[in-house]
Structure formats: C-alpha cells, structure tokens
Write a protein that binds this ligand. Sequence first.
Ligand SMILES: C[S@@+](CC[C@H](N)C(=O)[O-])C[C@H]1O[C@@H](n2cnc3c(N)ncnc32)[C@H](O)[C@@H]1O
Length: 395
Amino acid sequence: MDLKSSIQALTNALQSFPKTVSETARFEIISKAKDLIFALQSPEQHVLQVSANTMELVAIRTVMRMGVLEVLPKEKDEALELQVLAEKTGVQESLFLRLLVGTRFIQQDSAGKYWHSHVSKGSADGGNAEAWFKGVVYDVVMDGFFLYPTAYLDTHPLEEPSDPSVTPVTCAWNKEGDNSWQVLARDHPNKMLNFQRGMAMLVDAAPVTGVYDFSQLVKIEVEKERMVLVDVGGGSGQCVEAILKAHPDIPAERCMVQDLGHTLEHARHSETLPRGLQLLEHDFWTPQPIVHAKAYFMRWIIHDYVDSLSVKILKNTAAVMARDSVLLIHEAIVPERLSETTMIAGIMDMFVLNCAGKERTKKGFEVLLEQAGLVVRKYWQREGTAATMIEAVLA
Ligand SMILES: C[S@@+](CC[C@H](N)C(=O)[O-])C[C@H]1O[C@@H](n2cnc3c(N)ncnc32)[C@H](O)[C@@H]1O
C-alpha cells in the first residue's frame, strides 16, 4: 500500500474509535497503523526495526533476570534515576538497557528518570503476559528457535521437523532422541510449570469459552455415570478451569484433565482448580481409557505433531467415542492470508516448528479427521481471531 492510501486507511479506521472499542476495531487500527509505518520505512529502517524487535526480546529477558521490573516505579510521578535503580538492584548502571526506552517498553522522562509502561507493568505482575514471556517465549521457544536456521538446519534435512524427539528445541537442549515434552516435564519441571502458566495466558488471548456452548453437553442428560468433558493433554487444567468457571452447570466431578505424570503434578497442587475435578495420568499415544465421554477436548495438541502422528492421537479418541460424543479441537486455523487479527496462527506456526509441529488450514484438519474416521460438524469461530473450536463427530 502506498503512503497516501495508508494514511487514508488509518484515518478511516480511526473514525470508528473510540466509539467502537471492540477488539476487532482495535486490531483494524493497529493493522492500518502498521501499514502506514511500513509504507514510511526504507528497507534499511525496516531492517533496523526488526533488529530492535529481536534485541528487545533479549533486553526484556535480561531486565527480568536482573530484577529491574520489580523495582521500577509504576507511576510517572515516582520515576527513579538510573543511579537509584542501579543501587536498588545491585546492577551496574551501564547494564541497564536503554533500548527498552526506544521500543517504549520502559518509559523515561526528559530528566532521565524511569518508570513502567503499561506493557512492562503487565509483564511483571505475575500475570499472563509475564507467564507468556517467561514460560513460553524464553524458557522453551527461544532456546531452539534462534538455532533453527543455523545449528539445526546445518545438521538436519531441509524438511519440516517431523519427529518430536529430533527438533530444534531438543537439539538446543542436547537431548536429541528424547521427546521434547518428556524432557521438559522430567528435566525442567520449573520450565514446564512456567510453560503451563504461559499456556494459561492463551486462555485469555485465544479464549476457549464464549464461542462453543459447553453447557449443551449437560442439557440433555441421560447416564449420570458418563464423563462430560475429557481434556486430553490438558496441562495443569487451565482450560477446564476456564470452561467450568464460565459454565458452573457442568459438574466438575464429571470432567477430567489428562496429561503426563510430571505435568499433572502441578495440577494436583493447584489451589484454583475446581473441587472434584478428576486428574488422570494418561499418555495420548496409548488407548483412551475413558469410554463414551460426551466431549473430548484438545487444545493446542494436534498442532504439536505432523499428520501421521496427529492421526494416531485422533484415532485413539475416535475409538472410544459414542455416536453422540463430540471431539472439540481448539487450534488456530491458518487463513489463506494472514492479517492482524489472525496473526496468532502465524506466531503459533513458528512456535510449534520448534517441537516438530505445525498449524493447519481447515482443509488440513479435514484431511486428518477423515483418516481417523471423523468429520467436522461445525467450526466455532470468534470474530476477529484465528482461534477456532472444531467440533468433530464420528463419520
Ligand atoms: C501445547 S501444550 C497444551 C496444554 C493445554 N492443552 C493448553 O492448551 O493449555 C501440550 C500439552 O500436551 C502434553 N503432552 C505431551 N505429550 C503428551 C502425551 N504423550 N500424553 C499426554 N499429554 C502429553 C504436554 O505435557 C502439554 O501439557
């Protein structure tokens, strides 16, 4: 888009703001603003911006490690000088990363005093943004990701990684031949805990509720002994927790979270999971032990594997489904052309490359489901996001 049309498009998008403060409207404005910046940039300026983004990732990780975000004042009128921050953290002044002022992550006034931006504040409050940074981006993704185009591709074929034990991240951890999830759970329990917290952040960024009506699973009730919802590879129970909060009519004791033993351990010690929720150590490469549940649920599971392995997981579920059971797969569907609102599909696609996975188009899912004897009944999609609930039933 040329400069003139970019300015016009941004002006048009702004007309609806602040009257329309929907997520879609915000995304639209961000998208047009990015178009304008892109049109304004020379190739060199864009390359410098990409460099700054990359350095920002490293700089944020560093200030998090140095404890700077904990001592940084929250409000402008409490802003502190560099020297004071250095004394409070015991970090050498020259190590403070001014780049983060340039990227706006940290604020600095004309007198040189520093305080939090709304983003850095939100990345240091023990909440979702911090969990995403620490648990997903830093502890897992970055380790393998930056080595992918170099150390990994130097020694592996130019093909999508397909074996979960031979991936950029197992290569980075020097654990090739060992399944990346098992390495994470067994050798890095704290990283796994942080990872699950990061996954919980996605419950907000790509909500599992608000699209598919989980309450319908208990509307027509027949057999009381039947399990209502089985979350396969459910991590620490973050999804079921959100679902039961939104649908208190679903009895927690008829819902189950399944995952590997080490991971489930975190769920066992959770203080927030609903009482009565069942936890079962289960390896999804083996037959599903819970027969005829009303719904089997998988969020961000299938995207971790190539087609042949994904079909195995799906077949294990299809084998125990009743005619009225549903399989709910929550994933980011890759559209024909990525936009600001569907960017999460692109981000996740790169992330899961790290562990030999990939995001898929609708067609990609339909092919998989067909091989497992399943068929899509409906795509439940929230406007303005790629995150989709695929409702599948026996073919
Ligand atoms: C990307 S995470 C998704 C977690 C959760 N479903 C969510 O969306 O927040 C993948 C999950 O699969 C689990 N997992 C990996 N291999 C597994 C296996 N063989 N059997 C059961 N769970 C497994 C991991 O421990 C992890 O919790």
